[in-house]
Design a protein around this ligand. Structure first.
Ligand code: ZN
Length: 70
């Protein structure tokens, strides 16, 4: 079951990144539910800055920019 959850996360990541580059793919991105909050790790930017000046895609929200409220 864990492998399935990981595959779903990876698919979502690919959809989110593709939709960022190609607006016509935004239909692949689920709408943000009202019961969510802005990701505290990336503050909704989808990226986290590292101390060395580089950045990584936010692993906490999988680059959605939001996380479940609970
Ligand atoms: Zn985030």
């Amino acid at each position: 079951m864990e492998i399935i959850a990981r595959l779903i996360e990876e698919r979502e990541f690919i959809h989110l990144r593709a939709a960022t580059r190609h607006r016509e793919l935004r239909c692949l991105v689920p709408a943000r539910p009202a019961s969510t909050r802005t990701c505290p790790a990336c503050k909704g930017t989808t990226r986290m800055m590292l101390a060395n000046g580089h950045w990584v895609y936010c692993p906490m929200c999988n680059t959605r920019g939001w996380v479940p409220a609970a």
